[in-house]
Write a protein that binds this ligand. Structure first.
Ligand SMILES: [Zn+2]
Length: 267
């Protein structure tokens, strides 16, 4: 076995163990999701069982906006969430992606008529023209690449810097937070920060910095989170949610814990 094959096998084994540990440790997140629900106005759904990936849908004046698109079973989860707003895929006027890992884009076909908003460095990753660098996602893609969108299949509206998008009375504030992936983004909507995987959680469910083995650049992720926390001071943020459906009130203790998170260490 060559050195590179031995390394691959060792990493594969570690990835399997890490994946199993993640599934075994992750408690159900449902206790935190009601923080986001607004009957008739906003709903959440999760896909993929215990290692949940979250979708969020919100009714805005022009239609419905969606944040992230889940993984296995995502299309039915999305339709279910939209039904709770009295809406369907045809009502979706914008899709915001926190990043392009396969477990957050599952329902892309169902809403492919809507414009997709992503941070500019994420475009090639989303379209399969570049590889994620985090070693677990990279191995997963090499073992079995999910069929993501290709160039020309989506109307992409990339943004290069922090910016805002107005939908009638609602504003979606987008923050670029590279590190977990090259073009990771976080979105602030109605006081809820959707942080994607720029924020992860411990086995006990406490929010922490992005996990290094799933991330392109853990040091950059840490710096981006610090910058994001500083930028949020200008806004009213009630709740922070990860893309894996862990939400917590954004209080002083959480801000302190996130700002002192360090790579590979449980805060
Ligand atoms: Zn991710």
């Amino acid at each position: 076995m060559s050195v590179s094959h031995a390394l691959f096998a060792r990493r594969l084994s570690r990835a399997s163990v890490a994946g199993l540990a993640l599934l075994a440790c992750a408690p159900y997140p449902r206790d935190s999701l009601p923080l986001l629900e607004e009957p008739g106005r906003a709903a959440v759904a999760t896909t993929n069982g215990r290692n949940a990936s979250m979708l969020y849908v919100a009714r805005v004046d022009p239609g419905v906006i969606v944040i992230d698109l889940g993984w296995r079973g995502a299309e039915s989860a999305l339709r279910g969430a939209l039904r709770r707003l009295g809406a369907s895929e045809r009502d979706v006027v914008a899709v915001f992606l926190t990043h392009s890992h396969r477990d957050h884009i599952g329902a892309w076909r169902a809403v492919s008529r809507a414009p997709f908003y992503v941070a500019a460095p994420e475009v090639d990753l989303l379209l399969g023209a570049a590889e994620h660098r985090g070693w677990v996602p990279r191995l997963a893609d090499r073992m079995r690449r999910a069929r993501g969108p290709r160039a020309g299949e989506l109307e992409l509206r990339p943004f290069a810097d922090d910016t805002s998008f107005v939908f009638g009375r609602d504003t979606v504030r987008a923050f670029v937070v590279p590190g977990h992936t090259a073009g990771s983004a976080a979105y602030l909507v109605r006081g809820v920060l959707f942080a994607g995987d720029a924020v992860s959680h411990t086995s006990a469910g406490r929010l922490r910095l992005a996990k290094a083995r799933f991330s392109d650049d853990a040091d950059l992720a840490r710096r981006s989170l610090g910058r994001l926390l500083a930028g949020l001071a200008a806004y009213d943020v009630r709740v922070v949610c990860t893309a894996h459906a862990r939400c917590a009130r954004f209080d002083t203790a959480l801000r302190e814990r996130l700002s002192t998170s360090d790579r590979g260490r449980t805060p």
